[in-house]
Design a binder for this molecule. Structure first.
Ligand SMILES: NC(=O)c1ccc[n+]([C@@H]2O[C@H](COP(=O)([O-])OP(=O)(O)OC[C@H]3O[C@@H](n4cnc5c(N)ncnc54)[C@H](OP(=O)(O)O)[C@@H]3O)[C@@H](O)[C@H]2O)c1
Length: 444
């Protein structure tokens, strides 16, 4: 057997020793070989999550030996194992690494993944948007399909007027919240959530029924949620932490005194409220003497669901493909940093410092050279999709790849569906931004 001697760049971390930086950057990391049920992916974009810096800072999920960090990415399949039938070399894909597996970390050029846990990207979605699906979407999927037990098939049907139970989601503009709102909406649940004011219209466009101010005092929030839902919230997800989770618990418990005061009949509604706290459970749970529901707290687990059940994983990634293709699932908006793999460490500092615009996913690109024509094609499609969501397009982070966000660019309808892009489109591109002169010469 020939030994694989190829090497690659990678960003690793290990359990920190005093005074020693837990992070290591190497340009000499082994290049993995593909196993039977695995796919080898050349990553083009990585998306950053709070856990990527929190795990290293607060020492969880680390081992004494350095391991490659990073969960979410998108790229191109370059090799598949003998047992893989539904993916092939050349497929455009997204993934959320199972960090329990060796070689799966996103912060390297080539990583290995179980085929059942990798999703194909339809041609209308850019790879940079696809990188933003990962952890946020899978957390939302495990919440609704496993913690709350809704069947995946139920979310594929287009709904009319929503009549399902009320779900309260804290931090609707978080990555998890953005996908949770969309899934809850597809399931016919009525969604009430919190966010800062600039994100209200965005969350409503995704399917939130009521968006409340993030900075309301706790008692105001409880009162407002009871008022809007007639004390009817029976499902809740907290994305922020123990204090907010405690508020969600109080909302789920309901109040016979509040109902009496506001002339709301104590109905025969659900007597159990279900809460999932993904960022920490309430510490001291007060008794609510006039509660109308008991509250079940459900723990979220990826290892026993998405990573532990290949059939479920496959069902979920197929669902994502269909929904993206039909424009029924919208990836989170992207804040792009093109500084490449060696720039990930600095980008994590940006995320930790809270400098990423709220409601956007920080995605690092520049990991692999990508044909510029492909960038243009996919960005054009995603810009159109995003334009439906937010008319204030000037607020997007702009760079050479985001040229279709410019308001003064008008597409030539004859060039719209042309593939490969035509000379006419090349002219439009050149007109959009002086920085893309190189793109123009590639196409023309
Ligand atoms: N247990 C698990 O399996 C699991 C899985 C995924 C994530 N998590 C954890 O869940 C949390 C959320 O992760 P994420 O990646 O989804 O978050 P994220 O995308 O980083 O969320 C940031 C957004 O949350 C909103 N926010 C922050 N504080 C808020 C508050 N007090 N009230 C309302 N909104 C607030 C802000 O939007 P506005 O400006 O609109 O307020 C902010 O833009 C993190 O702590 C993460 O580590 C856990």
């Amino acid at each position: 057997m020939t030994r694989n001697t190829r090497r690659q760049h990678a960003l690793l971390a290990a359990l920190p020793k005093p005074e020693i930086d837990p992070w290591t950057w190497t340009e000499d990391h082994p290049h993995p070989d593909v196993g039977t049920d695995e796919v080898l992916i050349e990553t083009h974009y990585v998306a950053l999550n709070p856990v990527d810096w929190k795990g290293v800072k607060y020492r969880f999920g680390l081992t004494p030996e350095p391991k490659v960090m990073g969960r979410d990415g998108s790229g191109i399949v370059v090799a598949v194992g003998d047992g893989v039938t539904d993916l092939a070399a050349g497929d455009r894909v997204w993934y959320c690494s199972n960090t329990a597996l060796p070689h799966s970390g996103a912060f390297q050029h080539f990583s290995l993944h179980r085929a059942s846990q990798v999703g194909k990207v339809p041609p209308t979605v850019s790879l940079q948007s696809a990188a933003a699906i990962g952890t946020g979407f899978l957390t939302a999927a495990v919440l609704v399909f496993k913690c709350f037990g809704f069947p995946v098939s139920k979310a594929t049907v287009c709904r009319g007027r929503k009549t399902g139970p009320w779900i309260f989601i804290t931090a609707g503009a978080s990555s998890t919240g953005i996908y949770l709102i969309q899934l809850a909406h597809r399931l016919g649940l009525r969604v009430i959530t919190t966010a800062s004011k600039p994100n209200h219209a965005y969350l409503k466009s995704l399917g939130a029924d009521v968006v409340l101010k993030r900075h309301d005092k706790d008692h105001e929030l409880v009162h407002n949620i009871r008022k809007y839902t007639e004390d009817g919230v029976t499902l809740a997800v907290d994305n922020i932490g123990p204090k907010h989770s405690a508020v969600a618990r109080e909302i789920l418990a309901g109040s016979s005194a509040w109902r009496a005061e506001h002339h709301i009949m104590t109905s025969t509604d659900e007597t159990v409220g279900r809460l999932v706290s993904i960022a920490g459970s309430p510490k001291d749970v007060p008794a609510f003497p006039d509660a109308v529901r008991t509250v079940d707290e459900i723990r979220i687990s990826f290892s026993t669901t998405f990573y532990g059940q290949p059939e479920f994983a496959r069902e979920v990634v197929n669902f994502v493909y269909q929904q993206l293709e039909r424009g029924l699932l919208v990836p989170q908006r992207v804040y792009l940093d093109n500084s490449g793999l060696s720039g990930v460490r600095a980008a994590l500092d940006t995320l930790e410092a809270g400098k990423v615009p709220s409601g956007y996913k920080l995605v690092v690109g520049g990991l692999q050279p990508q044909p510029l024509e492909a960038q243009i094609f996919t960005e054009r499609a995603s810009a159109k999709a995003r334009a439906r969501l937010d008319p204030k397009r000037k607020h997007y982070h702009l760079d050479a790849y985001d040229l279709f966000e410019y308001d003064d660019v008008e597409f030539d309808p004859a060039a719209e569906d042309a593939w490969p892009p035509s000379r006419k489109l090349a002219k439009v591109v050149k007109h959009a931004h002086p920085a893309v002169a190189a793109v123009h010469s590639t196409l023309a």
